[in-house]
Design a protein around this ligand. Structure first.
Ligand SMILES: [Zn+2]
Length: 278
C-alpha cells in the first residue's frame, strides 16, 4: 500500500486545487458587498436571491484569471460569506462561475451542506498534511452532489456550466501530465480514496467520453487502483442525484458517499439540520 504516510498527498492537493477547492493565497482586502455591473441580469438576480437567503452579508472578490489554480470558492465565516471568483475570462465563464458559487450559498441556506472536519486521530500523531487533505476532502464531499444539481439549475436560467467544467478538465489534464509513472500507487489509502472521490465528482458532471480521455491520461500517474476505486463509486451511485427541494436526502447521499469511499472514521460531516457531527 504505502511506504510513507505523507507520500502522494502533495500531489493530491495539487489535484484538489484544480477542482477549485483550495487556496494558498493570502486574501487581499478588495471585498465588495455588491457585484460588478458587467455580470448579466440573471447573475445580479441570483446575487440578490443569495443575499436574501442568508442573514450574513455576502462579500465577493473578483481576481484575474491565472493567478491561482482554483476557479472559485465560497467560505462560510461566522459573520460573513466570502466568495472569490476568477473574472475576465469571458462573459459566459464569469457569469457561470459566480452563479455557481451563489448557488452554493442558496443551497447551503436550504440545508444542503453543513460542513465537517477531519476526525481527530486516535493516537494524535497524524501528519498535519494528511489532516489538511482530509479537511479539504470535506469540501469535495459536500460539493459532489450539490455541484451536479447546480449544473442543472444553471441551465434553467440560461447559464453555461460546461465552460467551468471544460476549464476543470483542462487543468486536471495539465496536472496529470506532471505525475511520474504509477505515482498514485504508493499513496496512503486515505489519499487514494480521496483522489477517487475527486475523480468521481468530476465524472458525474462531464460527458463520459471526456472522462474516459481524462482517465486515460491519469492512469499513467495514478495507477489503476485509484481509477478502480472511482469506477466502484460510479457503479455504486449510478443514477443518484440531489433534488432542489430535498436537502436532507442530499445530505444523506453525501454521508453514503463518504462511507462508500472508505472515509468514514477519518472525516466527520456536520448535519446541516441538527449541526451534530456524524
Ligand atoms: Zn461547487
Amino acid at each position: 500500500m504505502t511506504t510513507s504516510p505523507t507520500c502522494g498527498l502533495p500531489a493530491q492537493i495539487v489535484l484538489l486545487f484544480t477542482r477549485g477547492m483550495l487556496c494558498l493565497l493570502v486574501l487581499s482586502d478588495c471585498w465588495c458587498s455588491t457585484i460588478p455591473a458587467a455580470y448579466s441580469r440573471s447573475v445580479q438576480e441570483l446575487f440578490e436571491k443569495a443575499q436574501a437567503s442568508d442573514t450574513r452579508p455576502i462579500f465577493v472578490r473578483t481576481i484575474p484569471p491565472g493567478l491561482q489554480r482554483y476557479q472559485g470558492r465560497t467560505i462560510d465565516e461566522v459573520d460573513r460569506i466570502e466568495i472569490t471568483v476568477m473574472a475576465g475570462v469571458s462573459r459566459d465563464y464569469d457569469d457561470a462561475l459566480l452563479a455557481h458559487e451563489l448557488f452554493h450559498v442558496i443551497l447551503n441556506s436550504k440545508g444542503f451542506a453543513g460542513g465537517g472536519a477531519a476526525m481527530p486521530s486516535a493516537s494524535g500523531s497524524r501528519d498535519a498534511e494528511i489532516d489538511k487533505a482530509l479537511n479539504d476532502l470535506v469540501s469535495v464531499l459536500n460539493s459532489r452532489f450539490p455541484d451536479e444539481l447546480i449544473d442543472r439549475e444553471m441551465v434553467t436560467i440560461h447559464l453555461k456550466p460546461r465552460v467551468l467544467l471544460d476549464t476543470g478538465v483542462e487543468q486536471t489534464m495539465k496536472v496529470a501530465s506532471a505525475f511520474g509513472r504509477n505515482e498514485g500507487e504508493s499513496w496512503p489509502l486515505a489519499a487514494k480514496n480521496g483522489q477517487a472521490v475527486v475523480m468521481f465528482c468530476l465524472a458525474k458532471r462531464i460527458p463520459e467520453s471526456t472522462m474516459r480521455l481524462l482517465e486515460g491520461k491519469m492512469r499513467f500517474g495514478l495507477g489503476s487502483s485509484i481509477l478502480d476505486r472511482e469506477s466502484k463509486l460510479i457503479a455504486r451511485f449510478q443514477g443518484r442525484r440531489c433534488q432542489i427541494n430535498q436537502p436532507e436526502a442530499c445530505y444523506h447521499l453525501t454521508l453514503q458517499l463518504r462511507d462508500a469511499a472508505g472515509l468514514k472514521g477519518l472525516i466527520q460531516m456536520r448535519n446541516p439540520k441538527t449541526h451534530v457531527f456524524e
